[in-house]
Design a protein around this ligand. Structure first.
Ligand code: SF4
Length: 292
């Protein structure tokens, strides 16, 4: 009997180099050059040919890509059947985003739209996400607007669970409870990374026990593993549990993945090396002790 080679569930094109928010614990491995879509879309076609049909577009904030719509159309044409976009969403309400998209045009181009919400007030949101004093209020307004236009189960909320907000997950739950078109609420255990700003890892890190306790406390308070309004799943995404699921590609076309210690494992250029990169990804995943 042969064992199948591990494959990433999805390719995360983390290509946007800019973001209107400045998180101290930002985990992105930013590239140096602004990306042109063509070589990435060629890579996407090769990955689709290798059987990977799910892609995420992220960054940074992809709403800072002036040609975002071309990226999304191109990923679809390349054979990506499921396209997710991760964005803080700033500039989407007033169409001031560089991509010139509205909530309706963006929702029409993606299968899943994921928005981060880490707090229950502007002050608690700013523990992690700096640079926008009213980010929490803006995000709630954005979520309400998106919810009114989204298809059923098209929205996702991502929360970074860290030492500063772990005791308030039920308050975040209250804030997103009214949403009707939520597919899932992901609770990401903060990963100390080598990309974070100085001191951030010490401030935000919480160990597996503290993370589990916070999730257990939330489940007890809610009495169910879902949100009542939408039926959205509440997903625990511990550091260990999400290792070896994604292959990331940054704006310079460098493929990478994080290891269990949050170190950046750089797999080198992806262009014209896609199948080699998949093999190196599988080796790296085996090396960090994960059965993908
Ligand atoms: S919103 Fe995301 S990309 Fe932007 S600074 Fe924060 S972690 Fe980094």
């Amino acid at each position: 009997m042969t064992t199948a080679t591990p494959r990433p569930e999805r390719i995360n094109f983390a290509v946007a180099r800019r973001c209107g928010v400045a998180c101290r614990g930002c985990y992105s491995f930013f590239g140096k050059a602004d990306p042109a879509p063509a070589p990435f879309l060629r890579s996407a076609r090769v990955f689709a040919g290798a059987g990977i049909h799910t892609a995420t577009l992220s960054g940074g904030d992809p709403l800072t890509l002036p040609d975002l719509h071309d990226w999304l159309l191109g990923l679809r044409a390349a054979g990506m059947h499921t396209i997710k976009l991760d964005t803080v969403g700033l500039g989407l309400l007033d169409s001031s985003n560089r991509a010139g998209l509205t909530p309706a045009t963006l929702l029409a181009a993606v299968d899943q739209l994921a928005i981060p919400l880490d707090g229950w007030s502007n002050a608690s949101a700013m523990l992690f996400r700096r640079g926008q004093a009213d980010l929490h209020e803006q995000t709630l307004a954005l979520l309400a607007t998106l919810d009114a236009r989204a298809a059923p189960r098209q929205l996702t909320v991502n929360t970074v669970v860290h030492a500063g907000n772990a005791g308030g997950l039920h308050r975040i739950a209250q804030a997103i409870e009214p949403l009707k078109n939520l597919l899932e609420w992901n609770l990401f255990q903060y990963t100390p990374t080598d990309q974070a700003k100085a001191g951030a890892n010490a401030d935000f890190a919480l160990d597996a026990r503290a993370y589990d306790d916070a999730c257990d406390d939330l489940a007890r308070r809610l009495g169910a593993p879902v949100l009542q309004g939408s039926g959205a799943r509440i997903n625990r995404r511990s550091i260990e549990g999400r290792l070896g699921h994604y292959l990331l590609v940054n704006s310079d076309g460098l493929a990478w993945l994080p290891d269990a210690q949050g170190r950046t494992l750089n797999l080198g250029p992806v262009f014209d090396r896609e199948l080699d990169v998949l093999r190196e990804w599988a080796d790296a995943v085996s090396g960090i002790g994960v059965a993908a």
